[in-house]
Design a protein around this ligand. Structure first.
Ligand SMILES: [Zn+2]
Length: 392
């Protein structure tokens, strides 16, 4: 991974490059930030840059032996650690990685390499769990793993100047393992760099936090994310991608999710517009009945997705209404509708509407049947939409 492959984050890249130029690379650093903003990519590119034997201005060369091994994740002095779990089931195929007990990162190295390659260095925890078939469990970094790491790093580096350990999602390390890591940070073997990646500061041991240099990785700048999305999705319109970049709040994983869900979003949008018109119009009982029948036939996931979307529309309307339109994150086609719809959402009904939508989501999660749920919800919604705004 090279710095040039990283979306935005120019300030941080400069800072990391300077630390190498000025020969003040801290041996334990933590890349901290929410979501897919490039924490792992930065740590990875930084490590590659440090060990590159032919550094170009501000980036690794991508050509030298070290860079090539880094790119293939096959460098003998580069170690990764990430949350895993057992994933053996009786129906496992022989071709898949299947681990029955004491799972450690090394068991899943091939999956990890493929995954990081495929998502270009911007992993997402739940997607990783899905990839190795542990989405119904929690991944963790075990004490066996920590022991293994400590052991591996005691050896002299094979060919690079620095051995590098990158731990992704350090919050998934249990306490015993964290203490082993802490010892490693306190008494590091020679020429060893430890880069920790974390999302939630609150979940980390204060002893670790106090011993690492913390690099806060902010959201990706919207304009940078937009140009990246345009380059990756030549078939989509630039305006649409601008909206998606805006909606994703600087998180590349989210942006890609929105792109893949945009057809679902379009359906939700059309369904919502239809629903709101029916609920507001007088004498549309027959129309509501047809709408309810249609919607109750959808699967649970689709119904939930629709109600989540409805909640978002209500929230955005409220923001729009009360003059916080710079906070509104909507797609182009939604804007026109929301401008007309927003006045119907106000302090006199917004809370109740959100409550009935949340209640419906809760019931769907508990398998409550569709027709009565959506019929009841529509009646309540009709009533609430007709509430007169306070002060009018
Ligand atoms: Zn190089």
């Amino acid at each position: 991974m090279q710095f040039k492959d990283i979306i935005g984050q120019e300030t941080l890249k400069k800072r990391l490059v300077n630390s190498v130029k000025e020969n003040r690379i801290s041996h334990a650093q933590m890349f901290l930030g929410r979501g897919s903003v490039g924490k792992l990519a930065l740590a990875y590119a930084y490590a590659q840059y440090i060990n590159c034997t032919d550094k170009q201005n501000g980036d690794s060369c991508g050509q030298c032996s070290s860079c090539r091994k880094y790119a293939a994740m096959s460098h003998p002095d580069l170690f990764f650690s990430y949350p895993v779990n057992t994933n053996y089931t009786s129906s496992s195929k022989a071709t898949e990685t299947r681990v029955k007990k004491d799972p450690v990162s090394a068991d899943f190295l091939a999956d990890w390499k493929n995954y990081i390659d495929e998502i270009k260095g911007y992993p997402d925890l739940f997607q990783w769990y899905q990839r190795i078939g542990i989405e119904n469990k929690q991944g963790f970094i075990s004490k066996e793993e920590a022991r293994k790491i400590v052991h591996q790093l005691q050896y002299k580096s094979v060919e690079a100047k620095y051995k590098v350990l990158i731990v992704w999602m350090i919050e998934k390390m249990n306490e015993v393992a964290s203490n082993a890591l802490l010892k490693l940070i306190e008494e590091p073997p020679d020429n060893t760099l430890i880069f920790l990646i974390a999302e939630e500061k609150e979940k980390l041991l204060s002893t670790i936090l106090s011993r690492v240099q913390i690099i806060v990785v902010p959201s990706i700048e919207t304009a940078k994310l937009q140009s990246y999305l345009i380059q990756q999705n030549p078939k989509l319109s630039e305006i649409e991608l601008r909206d998606i970049a805006n909606l994703a709040s600087g998180d590349v994983f989210k942006a890609n999710e929105i792109i893949s869900n945009s057809s679902e979003m379009m359906e939700n949008y059309e369904l919502f517009v239809e629903w709101m018109r029916l609920c507001y119009k007088k004498g549309s009982l027959e129309g509501i009945k047809i709408w309810v029948e249609k919607t109750s036939k959808f699967g649970r996931e689709k119904q939930k997705s629709f109600l989540d979307f409805s909640l978002r529309m209500v929230r955005e309307s409220l923001l729009l209404n009360y003059g916080n339109d710079q906070l509104v994150k909507i797609m182009g086609h939604e804007e026109q509708f929301l401008n007309k719809f927003a006045p119907f959402i106000h302090m006199g009904n917004a809370q109740a509407i959100q409550e009935i939508l949340n209640q419906a989501i809760y019931e769907i999660e508990r398998n409550v049947s569709g027709i009565s749920l959506f019929a009841d919800l529509s009646l309540k919604m009709s009533r609430l939409l007709k509430v007169v705004p306070p002060g009018r």
